[in-house]
Ligand binder design. Structure first.
Ligand SMILES: *Cc1c(COP(=O)(O)O)cnc(C)c1O
Length: 382
């Protein structure tokens, strides 16, 4: 392996204080976590009722400048409901990217719909606006205000881009294309909480979005997620569906839809209230670290994935674009054997057994990237 990459591994170890083992992304609980979690325990309201869920929803909505936040049990459940809000129904199709975590596709599948894979952009690693336009111009038509796939004759019920590793995708261009093709836009912002595109937070561009608070994300509740939307009727529907679709009543149990138990427990919300207070600091800290990596890489002829113009990334996971597949495998082997956790990007969704028969445009950029991308340690530095 080239010596520059070994130097980078040492550089990363130095950044993180030369611990025996440096994880990819460890959570950081140095704020009011213990205070709020203890308060929650003392109240005995640890589960589906309590003040912290409302408090977290309001504070996150205020932070993002979005009208409504509905807290959920996970990012995946938030995505599932966000797609239902967009009107994704059985036998329809949802345009998405193959370069993503499996939850993106699984949420589409939970709705009984199928993914359509278009390509990603080389710079942002997220959905390519050009590829979206290319697919729609060649394979779609609008009939009575509904977007139809001319190949399958099925309704294309939504477009679901993902902001990869926290880097905002070309979301404003994608939004414009979706509008002109009558396509509801849902954002998978699971990785990009606090990232901005043209001064606007990711997750606030479409009809609805999902974020995740899993243990490895920029802030965590141990687990959890949230649906974001500016549409009040959709927010009410989201709350209803995620809380078993029970009609409000003092004692009666009556449900008027097939709902889900996708609630965020109050205990997790208490932890998240404390984490959210630190989100701006976490972002600044991670942006500092990314700047250091970026400079080192520039001086050592290693390609580091920087935010694109018009974007302010949360740098959830720092990312290298290595020269080829062999170099990637060598790097992963060496780093992981030398106490530095490093991870490749996901096997592309169109290559997984469950999704390999779904329609896919040529995955030229996605394939190129998936053979070369690696993530390196990215935790907040204390
Ligand atoms: C983490 C993640 C999710 C799902 O979040 P969970 O909270 O783990 O269910 C969805 N999509 C992407 C791209 C993610 O990285």
């Amino acid at each position: 392996m080239r010596s520059e990459l070994i130097d980078l591994i040492d550089f990363s170890k130095d950044l993180y204080g030369n611990l025996d083992y440096i994880p990819l992304h460890a959570p950081c609980f140095l704020g009011n976590e213990k205070k709020l979690v203890n308060d929650c325990l003392d109240s005995t309201f640890v589960s589906s009722v309590g003040k912290y869920v409302d408090k977290f929803e309001n504070e996150l909505a205020h932070f993002l400048g979005v009208k409504h936040v509905v807290a959920t049990s996970s990012g995946t459940s938030a995505l599932h409901i966000a797609l239902i809000l967009a009107g994704v129904e059985r036998s329809s199709e949802v345009i998405t990217q193959s370069l993503s975590f499996v939850a993106t596709c699984n949420a589409i599948n939970y709705c009984g719909a199928n993914p359509i894979f278009i390509d990603v952009d080389m710079k942002t690693l997220g959905m390519s606006a050009d590829s979206l336009l290319d697919f729609l111009n060649n394979h779609a038509k609008i009939e009575n205000g509904i977007c139809i796939n001319k190949l399958s004759n099925k309704i294309i019920s939504a477009c679901l881009p993902m902001h990869t590793f926290g880097q905002p995708c070309e979301i404003d261009k994608i939004k414009e294309i979706c509008d002109s093709w009558c396509l509801p836009l849902v954002e998978d912002a699971a990785e990009s909480l606090g990232s901005q595109h043209k001064d606007r937070y990711t997750g606030t561009f479409g009809l609805a979005a999902a974020v995740s608070f899993n243990g490895n994300k920029i802030i965590t509740g141990g687990g959890g997620g949230a649906i974001l939307t500016n549409d009040t009727a959709l927010a009410i529907k989201a709350k209803h569906l995620t809380t078993t679709a029970k009609i409000q009543h003092k004692w009666e149990f009556r449900h008027n839809d097939i709902g889900y138990n996708y609630r965020m427990p109050n205990l997790n919300a208490a932890l998240l209230c404390a984490q959210l207070e630190q989100l701006p600091d976490f972002i600044n800290n991670k942006r500092d670290t990314a700047k250091k990596y970026s400079l080192f890489c520039k001086e050592n002829k290693i390609e580091f994935v920087n935010e694109s113009v018009d974007s302010r990334s949360n740098y959830w996971l720092n990312t290298l674009l290595l020269n080829n597949l062999e170099e990637k495998l060598e790097f992963l082997e060496y780093a992981n054997n030398h106490g530095l956790m490093s991870r490749p990007c996901w096997v592309l969704m169109n290559e997984l057994t469950m999704y390999k028969n779904c329609f896919s445009l040529p995955q030229i950029n996605a394939k190129f990237l998936s053979e070369r991308l690696v993530n390196i340690p990215s935790s907040v530095i204390l």
